[in-house]
Design a protein around this ligand. Sequence first.
Ligand SMILES: [Zn+2]
Length: 99
Amino acid sequence: MSDDTKIGINEFQQLIKDIYFERDNARGAEGTFRWFIEEVGELARAMRGADRANLNEEFGDVLAWLVSLASIMGVDMQAAAAKYAHGCPKCGATPCACD
Ligand SMILES: [Zn+2]
């Protein structure tokens, strides 16, 4: 990797797990889902603004809450992303050729 701040999905899920899993898992899936939705709301507000740094931050927060929720639910996000590894899951094309 040319940029050491770049991180794969697996590494990111593990990193977030190391940082937050104990607390998020204790809160539970439903409570953590509510936090995730709250972050999605913050992303919606950031999209309406002109602050690019804030927009990047909110995308990062939404992703972090999503992968943390996945960890609580026992979902491997790398495996989940693999659904799209060979193009659109419906038509198999890249780019998607669905109607
Ligand atoms: Zn398609």
